[in-house]
Design a protein around this ligand. Sequence first.
Ligand SMILES: [Zn+2]
Length: 107
Amino acid sequence: MNCYECKKRIKDFLNDSMNSKTCIEFVEHVKSCSECMEELSIEFLVNEGLKRLDTATSFDLERELDDKINQTYSKARFYKNFAFISSFAIFIVAFLLGLFLSTLFSY
Ligand SMILES: [Zn+2]
């Protein structure tokens, strides 16, 4: 993912409306690109800061963004691995079924 795509997707990331694959690419990009990370931080601070102007509770947005990035990333990786494992399982089942059917017909 390049910087242009990454910046375009910041809003999707903040709204959690991103698929696993894009999400992984996005997080990997911001972690290695200080410019996009800064852009993401600013968007996040503005977004969350505005939402919480009314509440008097103190908050550590810097840390929250870090948590959000890490959580979203591990969730996306989990779903991606899960999709991989389940397609692999389907392949095994189909293979065994094929084997089973071929033994049925060979007698
Ligand atoms: Zn970038």
